[in-house]
Design a protein around this ligand. Structure first.
Ligand code: AMP
Length: 112
């Protein structure tokens, strides 16, 4: 099981901020902004570039959850950024698709 599957199964703790049937959002353990949440499918898709047509439904729901979570955490109006890291050059460290939602401070562009 991946770390995020274990969080979904409540085998390891996390600060969960939002849950739906097939997805979960919880605070990143090493936050890079005052608000830093990971939105993940409960079923592991290793990374975005390996998603397949049958994942379209959950991918859509993950994207819709972004707005729901941003509103819940009070950052929808002030703004936020979402990021998905795929592979070595992007710094991916957990092989389970996750959307980073970052907010709570001005976010530089372009990112490093
Ligand atoms: P990435 O580098 O895009 O693969 O992002 C993985 C993220 O998962 C990093 O920001 C980590 O801080 C975060 N992370 C790793 N383990 C945990 C955990 N047990 N609970 C919450 N976040 C975690």
């Amino acid at each position: 099981m991946t770390i995020f599957e274990k969080i979904a199964a409540r085998q390891i703790p996390a600060e969960i901020v939002h849950e739906e049937d097939d997805l979960l959002a919880f605070r990143d353990v090493n936050p890079q902004a005052p608000v830093h949440v990971l939105i993940v499918p409960k079923r592991c898709i290793p990374r975005i570039g390996e998603a397949v047509a049958s994942d379209a439904d959950i991918l859509g729901r993950l994207m819709l959850a972004v707005g729901t979570v941003a509103a819940k955490l009070g950052v929808k109006d002030t703004g936020f950024r979402v990021a998905i890291n795929h592979g070595r050059d992007a710094g991916e460290s957990v092989p389970h698709l996750h959307i980073h939602l970052l907010a709570g401070r001005p976010l530089e562009w372009p990112p490093g």
